[in-house]
Design a protein around this ligand. Structure first.
Ligand code: FES
Length: 79
Protein backbone atom coordinates (compact mmCIF):
# COMPACT_ATOMS: atom_id res chain seq x y z
CA UNK A 1 0.00 0.00 0.00
CA UNK A 2 1.38 3.36 -1.04
CA UNK A 3 0.88 6.62 0.81
CA UNK A 4 -1.31 9.31 -0.73
CA UNK A 5 0.62 12.20 -2.24
CA UNK A 6 -0.50 15.16 -0.17
CA UNK A 7 1.45 17.70 -2.22
CA UNK A 8 4.37 17.72 -4.64
CA UNK A 9 6.33 20.35 -2.82
CA UNK A 10 7.74 20.46 0.69
CA UNK A 11 6.12 22.54 3.41
CA UNK A 12 8.34 24.85 5.44
CA UNK A 13 7.64 24.46 9.16
CA UNK A 14 9.27 26.29 12.06
CA UNK A 15 10.38 23.47 14.37
CA UNK A 16 11.22 24.08 18.01
CA UNK A 17 14.24 22.35 19.55
CA UNK A 18 13.25 19.52 21.91
CA UNK A 19 9.61 19.50 20.82
CA UNK A 20 8.10 16.21 19.65
CA UNK A 21 6.11 16.05 16.42
CA UNK A 22 4.09 13.38 14.61
CA UNK A 23 4.65 13.50 10.86
CA UNK A 24 1.85 12.05 8.75
CA UNK A 25 3.18 9.13 6.68
CA UNK A 26 -0.14 8.14 5.06
CA UNK A 27 -0.88 11.43 3.30
CA UNK A 28 -4.51 11.58 4.46
CA UNK A 29 -4.22 14.07 7.29
CA UNK A 30 -5.93 17.44 6.86
CA UNK A 31 -3.32 18.95 9.23
CA UNK A 32 -0.35 18.36 6.90
CA UNK A 33 2.45 17.69 7.36
CA UNK A 34 1.35 16.37 10.74
CA UNK A 35 -0.84 13.43 11.72
CA UNK A 36 -4.49 14.05 12.62
CA UNK A 37 -5.44 10.41 13.17
CA UNK A 38 -6.83 9.86 9.66
CA UNK A 39 -4.52 6.84 9.23
CA UNK A 40 -6.82 4.81 11.51
CA UNK A 41 -7.69 1.51 9.84
CA UNK A 42 -4.71 1.65 7.47
CA UNK A 43 -1.26 0.07 7.70
CA UNK A 44 0.27 3.51 8.27
CA UNK A 45 1.28 5.19 11.48
CA UNK A 46 2.84 8.60 12.06
CA UNK A 47 6.58 9.02 12.38
CA UNK A 48 7.29 10.54 15.77
CA UNK A 49 10.38 12.72 15.90
CA UNK A 50 11.99 15.27 18.16
CA UNK A 51 13.37 18.49 16.67
CA UNK A 52 17.13 18.67 17.24
CA UNK A 53 17.24 22.40 16.72
CA UNK A 54 14.96 25.37 16.26
CA UNK A 55 14.86 26.06 12.55
CA UNK A 56 12.72 26.12 9.46
CA UNK A 57 12.52 22.56 8.15
CA UNK A 58 11.22 21.50 4.75
CA UNK A 59 8.84 18.70 5.54
CA UNK A 60 8.05 15.95 3.03
CA UNK A 61 4.50 16.31 1.70
CA UNK A 62 4.60 13.68 -1.06
CA UNK A 63 5.25 10.99 1.61
CA UNK A 64 7.77 9.23 -0.62
CA UNK A 65 10.99 10.81 0.71
CA UNK A 66 13.89 8.43 1.35
CA UNK A 67 14.71 10.64 4.32
CA UNK A 68 11.39 11.12 6.09
CA UNK A 69 10.26 13.39 7.67
CA UNK A 70 12.18 15.79 5.46
CA UNK A 71 11.96 16.53 1.75
CA UNK A 72 14.70 14.93 -0.33
CA UNK A 73 13.39 15.98 -3.73
CA UNK A 74 11.68 12.66 -4.48
CA UNK A 75 8.44 14.54 -5.31
CA UNK A 76 10.05 15.61 -8.59
CA UNK A 77 10.21 11.98 -9.73
CA UNK A 78 6.54 11.15 -9.01
CA UNK A 79 3.85 11.05 -11.72
S1 FES B 1 -3.01 10.90 9.51
FE1 FES B 1 -1.40 10.18 8.24
S2 FES B 1 -0.13 9.04 9.58
FE2 FES B 1 -1.71 9.79 10.84
Amino acid sequence: MKPIISDKQPKPIELEQGKTYAWCSCGQSTSQPFCDGSHAGTAFSPKIFKAEETKTAYMCMCKHSENPVFCDGTHKTLD
